[in-house]
Write a protein that binds this ligand. Structure first.
Ligand code: SAH
Length: 357
């Protein structure tokens, strides 16, 4: 499949001689939620507005289905891309009463984590930056429209998207350039700051190393899906893991902290809690040893969302014991709230059913 043309490329094909500020006006206009088309972008010349509307879609994606959780704090959209491929994006109300958007970065995923629904799809294609950014724009438009209703429900008291997490479908670091491009657009054209954007990765070491050497990589937060500090268990859960991975990850983390010494940064490690697989006392001990070696860490325990795999979620008592064992060892540990499980919008449940027609 051919890579879709970005909006910037389409603009440059159409206006090869336009001054650079025109491209910026064009891009900036796309983030103005009071506008629905280029016709309303009054700082662009009229003929340009008309031809843009005729040739470049305002939004590069369309919502095929929208789901609302019973609590009305989580929304999921099945997004159709220009070539008919589908991904999912999620909008969640966060603790501050603002909103967090979860974006997909690939159609499917090649990492094949055994507990993840997307992992069962295989890899189909990378999204381009515009397709990632447009998931955020889609929810901005959604929130703006809802809050303009005569009786906006309580959920819509704030229409502000304060956080973006790359925790939808796909492995963001396997799509490095487009993810970086998407982050840059968000930082340039929205009020979301780099510490409010989190890129979650299975732990692709070559790409994690590249980030440290890349002066253009934005200072976003990184979360590494660890899931086990025991090498064999991790290899069993995640086929992308290998002998020596944990040691290499620890060395990488050292380099990461060296680079960011001045900033008060920590690394987040995600840990999905699977009954008897990675939630025993021995696993907690291994995790504590790992965390101590890495240093400034936050462990984010994720309740397992059932995806039809052989795994079961940790028993509440085991979950609590595991969490306490870490906390007693002085490790910063949090438990992720599960949201939108009634609409299969929770972590690892994002899969787009094959179309049967
Ligand atoms: N590819 C990225 C983003 C994946 S989704 C990564 O691996 O980090 C974000 C998080 O949800 C990851 O930590 C992922 O491992 C986790 N996850 C996947 N399936 C899950 C499930 N069924 N229940 C809970 N968390 C899951």
């Amino acid at each position: 499949m051919m890579k879709p043309l970005s909006r910037e490329e389409q603009f440059k094909v159409r206006y090869p001689d336009a001054p650079a500020f025109r491209l910026r006006q064009f891009e900036a206009a796309l983030f103005d939620t009071s506008k629905k088309s280029f016709a309303a972008v009054s700082n662009l010349p009229l003929p340009m507005r008309e031809s843009l509307d005729a040739h470049i879609p305002w939004l590069s994606i369309a919502s095929a289905h929208l789901f609302e959780s019973v609590k009305k704090d989580t929304y999921k959209s099945i997004i159709e891309l220009g070539d008919g491929k589908r991904v999912e994006t999620v909008l969640m109300r966060n603790a501050r009463g603002q909103w967090t958007v979860c974006v997909s970065s690939q159609v499917g995923c090649a990492m094949a984590c055994t507990f993840c629904a997307t992992g069962k799809m295989g890899f189909i294609r990378n999204l381009i930056a515009d397709e990632i950014v447009d998931q955020v724009r889609f929810w901005r438009i959604f929130l703006a429209e809802r809050s303009r209703l005569p009786n906006p429900s309580e959920a819509f008291q704030s229409e502000r998207i304060s956080n973006v997490v790359f925790m939808g479908m796909g492995e963001p670091l396997a799509n490095y350039d487009q993810v970086k491009g998407a982050v840059k657009q968000l930082l340039t054209y929205t009020d979301i700051g780099p510490t409010h954007i989190t890129v979650s990765t299975v732990g692709l070491l070559p790409m994690l190393r590249k980030i440290l050497k890349d002066p253009e990589w934005p200072a976003v937060r990184l979360a590494v899906s660890l899931h086990s500090a025991d090498s064999d268990t991790r290899k069993m859960m995640m086929p992308s893991s290998f002998d020596g991975f944990l040691e290499q990850l620890i060395s990488w983390a050292e380099a990461y902290f060296e680079k960011h010494e001045s900033r008060r940064r920590h690394l987040t490690f995600e840990y999905v809690m699977l009954s008897k697989i990675n939630d025993t006392e021995a696993h907690a001990e291994a995790l504590i040893r790992f965390a101590r070696r890495v240093g400034k860490v936050r462990i984010n325990l994720i309740p397992y969302n059932f995806t039809g795999s052989v795994y079961r979620d940790s028993l509440p008592a085991d979950f609590a014991r595991f969490q306490k064992q870490l906390a007693d060892a002085g490790i910063t540990v949090t438990r992720r709230r599960t949201m939108g499980d009634d609409i299969a919008a929770a972590c690892g449940q994002l899969i787009v059913e094959k179309k049967t027609e």
